[in-house]
Design a protein around this ligand. Structure first.
Ligand SMILES: C[S@@+](CC[C@H](N)C(=O)[O-])C[C@H]1O[C@@H](n2cnc3c(N)ncnc32)[C@H](O)[C@@H]1O
Length: 430
């Protein structure tokens, strides 16, 4: 996700409002400035697969440096593409990751790969040659709508390549090829590949038509080849950096965190919950999920569980949240707000209940708007947990100049979010 930061002086504290208490002190920061050693948000294995609304690794690294120590267990109930897992392992911490999206199960074995030996470029290139001359049966996604998204000749070639990769040993090399095929399966489809959302556009239809007049097959093969070799290098570099690390990264995709039972006590929570207005992670990645072999039923069930598209089973009350609710007039928006807070808080609570005494919970959120009303997420979460065994330690504000989450959004917040906040809560009960 591209974003441009306006730089602010580090460690500047100011009060948001005179009437409010000292717990409102917000520390303006630039996480990119604070963690200057990370210069590229996609460094090492972070960029193997693109994912909507990813954490920038600098935020995670800052939380790890400040609120954890070596061999600690970090929990992330909204792990997405697993940024917390990668940073934890790089910093000799353990991590336990959950996400509704099944992609996590495909991505993590690559992102935190731990092999004895460097991966072989020669072996990978041999596999790619075999893929291009492959005679194994083609693979067609179990998706009734697949033809809507592809030109017939492109679909035939992709089915041949996916047929090959599903039929070889399911090892790290197969994972590398799948990551590259995910990229071209989107790039060569009728959906706009620059925005996460699945959307057929006139522009893209015209672009594919033009491509079909050219050497499109060579272009596709070249992208697959380059992506595979880059991933192989990234994984080898990751292995070099972590060759003496003995930590564990446990992960479970396809899990509804609102109802998980966490099997162990943890030392810290680091997470970024879904956005209130733009939760389309499953829809955005469904092309990938179908090609990876998941069925229409599985994908439909996951979409149904996505926050906030399901009924709230309890209504959350805090001072700030109740004020927002009172201002809303549309019933559908009140329902969405209630659903969002019910399930987001359920998921966080399942993880936070398993934190050890004195542990920190680091929650990274934006300040979304609903029907033009700003929803101060960090304040609502802080109000909720300060009545339930946590103290409010701090809020960092990372101000962003531009940010595109899911392309152009038709809501009353044309500027998008201006800031993101890292809320730090501290577990006080014994
Ligand atoms: C802001 S994203 C997290 C991105 C992640 N920090 C990263 O760096 O890739 C929020 C995540 O919440 C997940 N999510 C939505 N509803 C969920 C649910 N009911 N249970 C678990 N995860 C859910 C989405 O799939 C999405 O990956």
């Amino acid at each position: 996700m591209e974003e441009q930061l306006t730089l602010f002086p580090i460690d500047t504290e100011f009060e948001v409002s005179k009437e409010r208490t000292t717990s409102d002190k917000i520390q303006l920061v630039s996480f990119r400035e604070l963690i200057y050693e990370i210069t590229d948000t996609g460094y090492l294995t972070h960029a193997i697969v693109s994912y909507p609304a990813k954490f920038i690794p600098q935020v995670v690294r800052y939380a790890i440096n400040t609120y954890t120590k070596e061999d600690d267990w970090i929990i992330d109930p909204f792990a997405g593409s697993g940024t917390v897992g990668v940073e934890a392992y790089l910093c000799k911490r353990n991590a336990i990751l959950y996400d509704l999206n099944l992609l996590l199960n495909h991505i993590m074995p690559l992102k935190v790969y731990r092999g004895e030996e460097r991966l072989s470029k020669e072996h990978l290139c041999n596999l790619l040659d075999s893929m291009q001359n492959n005679q194994t049966p083609p693979f067609t996604p179990a998706w009734s709508n697949v033809e809507y998204w592809y030109a017939p000749e492109i679909l035939t070639l992709l089915s041949q390549y996916w047929g090959f990769v599903h039929n070889i040993d399911q090892d790290v090399y197969a994972g590398i090829i799948k990551a590259a095929l995910i990229k071209v399966s989107k790039r060569f489809s009728y959906t706009e590949h620059r925005t996460p959302k699945l959307a057929r556009s006139k522009r893209k239809l015209a672009a594919i038509d033009e491509l079909l007049q050219q050497n499109w097959q060579e272009q596709l093969n070249q992208i697959v080849h380059d992506h595979c070799l880059k991933t192989l290098t990234d994984i080898n570099n990751f292995m070099m950096h972590t060759r003496h690390h003995q930590n564990q990264v446990e992960f479970q995709g396809g899990v509804d965190s609102s109802y998980i039972e966490v099997p162990r006590e943890c030392d810290t929570l680091i997470t970024s919950p879904p956005y209130l207005q733009a939760q389309e992670y499953i829809r955005s990645t469904k092309l990938d999920l179908f090609w990876l072999g998941h069925t229409e039923d599985e994908v439909r069930e996951l979409s149904r569980l996505e926050i906030p598209y399901r009924k709230a089973d309890r209504i959350i009350h805090t001072e700030t949240l109740d004020k927002v609710r009172e201002k809303l007039t549309r019933k559908d928006l009140i329902n969405r707000l209630d659903s969002y807070f019910c399930h987001t808080i359920n998921a966080l609570e399942n993880a936070m209940n398993r934190l050890k005494p004195n542990a920190a919970a680091c929650i990274f959120v934006g300040n979304p708007r609903i029907d033009g009303i700003t929803v101060e997420l960090w304040r609502i979460l802080s109000e909720y947990w300060t009545e339930r065994g946590f103290s409010h330690e701090k809020v960092y504000e990372d101000r962003i100049k531009t940010r595109q989450l899911f392309g152009v959004r038709k809501n009353k917040n044309p500027d998008g979010m201006k800031s993101e906040f890292l809320l730090i809560l501290r577990k006080t009960d014994a």
